[in-house]
Write a protein that binds this ligand. Structure first.
Ligand code: ADP
Length: 463
């Protein structure tokens, strides 16, 4: 998988390089054909005409000496007269492919533009073609004889080094860029393949996949960081899920075995009638515990799935809290808890049933995690914009680290578990979700005066 990405990327890049090379060649070739080639022809025509002028103006200089000299300076020359008498100076032409009519034209006084007319198919390489056809021909009269003089610069002599230099540059560019592409592709693809390997490990259930290099500052670095975060989140969730399953299994198991035990006792003929009544009460309690738990789970799931579950109404929050306290009266008395509260009349616009769940959870926690003879205080205060509901207890308290996690699903502080207080760890996450759906906040802090905890719910009031 990684290899194929690597090969594809490298192949595409090299392909792009080659394609650009071909396009660049075609473009520069067009430039050569339409601009440089005529210029080159013109330049050489001027030189040839000057040579002819020199020969004609200096009849005392031997034409052979002069042309040999020009050959030494860097020209290939071909001289032919009316009678077909011909002479070459300088390096040989690879092909002597002038036609008789080409020669006749020049002898008749015209200039032969072999360079400009050199065939297009040869591309830029036409510049280097060492052929007599690729030369400039001019008429010359020397000692009353008409000659045709063909010249062309000796490319090999004049430009050999540049020629080599360009070749080396070209080859080096290609070789080096291919090497760099192969190298840089590896640099780009490696983190992706590491990521894919880590994903596979994660899929297999190995959550320790933590070998990602997150030092990179680019998109891949960002991806790796998100991936690592995601993996950590998954590890956390997995841990929570395991904890939850073991908690919930225990919480389901214990009421079930109680129910089973007491049902057996009920069937026993020797059980006294008054004991039977007590056993029935216990069985009923256990059943409602189970049903609370399933209710909580269902509520949490529906809160998760449906944001529009909130059905707002105008109602008196103070009445709601007072009714709740009444329904808890017997438990509060049984546990000998001192209850105090301040509940000024206040109407709010919210979902009464969901908010009742919030107060119910906070109050039942304040009772559950309280000490014998402890106290609970409930305060309702408000401003123009917000109302604040505070539950203060003198219970076992919550450490700072625990406070950060108690709103997490399934989380239960160690103290609650070791004390074998019944619970699922779902209550406060339900509370937090409901408060959030009402655009409110919930905070927890330690009770400074006595040991214990203070929960404060803040809800926005309708303007
Ligand atoms: P549970 O079903 O365990 O009560 P909650 O979500 O209601 O689940 O609470 C999560 C944890 O927060 C509890 O297990 C307990 O450790 C801690 N907690 C909640 N309320 C209080 C409180 N009033 N005092 C001390 N600890 C509390």
């Amino acid at each position: 998988m990684m290899r194929s990405l690597y090969v594809k990327f490298a192949a595409v890049t090299i392909g792009i390089m080659l394609l650009s090379g071909v396009i660049a060649f075609l473009v520069s070739n067009t430039y050569y054909q339409y601009s440089l080639k005529p210029q080159n022809d013109e330049k050489n025509t001027e030189i040839a005409l000057e040579m002819a002028a020199f020969i004609e103006n200096n009849p005392e200089v031997s034409i052979n000496d002069y042309l040999s000299n020009m050959a030494d300076v860097g020209y290939q020359l071909y001289l032919v007269d009316n009678n077909g008498q011909e002479q070459f100076f300088g390096a040989d032409f690879r092909e002597n492919n002038l036609t008789d009519s080409d020669i006749q034209e020049v002898l008749d006084g015209e200039v032969f533009h072999g360079m400009a007319d050199f065939p297009r198919q040869t591309f830029v390489t036409g510049f280097f073609a060492n052929e007599l056809k690729n030369a400039i021909g001019v008429p010359v009269t020397y000692q009353d004889t008409s000659y045709a003089l063909f010249i062309r610069p000796d490319i090999k002599l004049l430009f050999n080094e540049i020629h080599l230099l360009l070749g080396v540059l070209f080859v080096l560019t290609i070789v080096l860029s291919i090497l760099f592409v192969l190298f840089s592709t590896n640099y780009l693809v490696k983190p992706i393949s590491r990521l894919s390997q880590a994903t596979k490990q994660l899929a297999k259930g190995d959550f320790q996949a933590n070998m990602l290099n997150t030092k990179r500052k680019d998109e891949l670095g960002e991806l790796s960081t998100s991936f690592t975060q995601m993996a950590q989140q998954i590890v956390e969730n997995d841990q929570m899920r395991k904890e939850f399953i073991s908690n919930i299994s225990h919480d389901i198991q214990s009421p079930l075995s109680n129910i089973k035990g007491y049902t057996n006792l009920l069937g026993d003929k020797e059980t006294l009638e008054e004991d039977k009544q007590q056993y029935k009460t216990i069985i009923n309690e256990e059943i409602s515990r189970l049903s609370t738990m399933t209710d909580q789970l269902l509520l949490l799931t529906s809160l998760d799935q449906n944001q529009h579950i909130v059905k707002r109404k105008h109602f008196s929050i103070s009445n709601q809290l007072q009714n709740l306290l009444k329904s808890y009266q017997w438990l509060i008395q049984e546990k000998e808890i001192m209850l105090s509260y301040t509940l000024p009349d206040l109407e709010i616009y919210a979902d009464p049933s969901l908010l009742n769940t919030v107060w119910d959870n906070l109050l039942s926690n304040a009772l559950k995690y309280n000490q014998e003879g402890g106290s609970i205080d409930i305060q309702l205060t408000y401003t123009d914009e917000y109302c604040f509901i505070t539950f203060t207890d003198t219970g076992i308290g919550i450490s700072d680290e625990e406070a950060e996690r108690i709103f997490d699903r399934f989380y239960r502080a160690d103290a609650s578990r070791t004390r074998s207080v019944k619970g699922t760890g779902l209550g406060l996450s339900i509370v937090a979700t409901i408060v959030e759906l009402h655009e409110g906040t919930i905070t927890v802090r330690s009770n400074q005066e006595a040991d214990g905890t203070i929960f404060t719910v803040t809800l926005p009031l309708e303007r």
